[in-house]
Design a protein around this ligand. Sequence first.
Ligand code: ATP
Length: 367
Amino acid sequence: MARVEFDNITKVFEDTSGPIIAVEELSLDIPDGEFVVFVGPSGCGKSTTLRMLAGLETITDGEVRLNGEPVNDISPRDRDIAMVFQSYALYPHKTVRGNMGYGLDLSTDLNDEEVDRRVVEAAEMMGIEDLLDKKPGSLSGGQQQRVATGRAIVREPAVFLFDEPLSNLDAQLRKHMRTELSRIHSELGITTIYVTHDQEEAMTMADRIVILNDGQLQQVGSPKQVYYRPANTFVADFIGSPSMNFFDVDLEVASDGTGTLVGNGFTYSVSDSLVDLVGGDGEYILSIRPENLNVDPSAPSERSFEATVDVVEVIGSDNFIYLDVAGKECRLRAPSETEPEEGDVITVSFDEADLHLFDRNTEEALV
Ligand code: ATP
């Protein structure tokens, strides 16, 4: 069991083309037992952060602590951390039993019986008891993934690290393994840090999501917080599929105090409380999720706008409707019975409660 702290961590790689700042002044406190998921685009520093915690990468600046103890100078094998890699990293010539017990044989003074007891217990937990005498080469990708996770469980570590463990599996198996890994986490309660590209994985598995971009922390929060209250335009754009709509708008406040957001191709009248919240006239970025836009011919004109239907994509329960708003693409997610024709001009509205406003200079959230 462990609390994990990243205290102002920086990692700079020296490359032939010059220094690369992979992680910049990252601070994060992960309480014991939490399931944290790191997400962000390729190259944002997710794996490097994980590898610094595991001791596989040196730390340029800052301190990593486990249960309050600095571990910067502690060797990987003495950190009591187990890592599962995307490639599984199984030994091809050892059986599943041999692979799962290997780390324990080396790093502990447990006798063979105890090692085997733990291996069988972990194999049962992962549903791979009948594979124990097979070699990795004869296993499917999903089975190899289970062995790699089982090997981490056997070690009974203080912290589990997963680096894109499901990326090599097909979509259906990924979904299944997601549930399995969440179940393992609730059974064992071990602090877990999980890296993925896949935001659906992040949203469904995480207690808290950590969003990185360019080596910098963008937001830390529960799946609901990052979805409903994105801290900046990067998070707003990154989380959610299809992604949010963004419009440059000016807030114009009339002499009687009423406010109107004016964008290219639409105006939208807002409440006094919203005007108060953002502090009056100014340039903002308005964003709204596709599922918060409604096709509503009866919406009042000061709270709606007209758009031309470009494409309607049928995805089963819902339709994705791609719209043209004064030359800009806008995405709307509607129930399947809302199926306008391409070329139709429709009236689109949304609730003020669903809009987000960001400062146009800093791109930080205001509302
Ligand atoms: P991905 O999702 O593609 O795995 P990531 O978010 O895990 O990406 P990192 O692998 O942590 O990103 O890489 C962060 C940055 O550090 C990238 O710019 C990468 O090119 C650079 N980097 C990583 N490892 C090294 C290295 N050994 N030498 C030089 N640069 C490196």
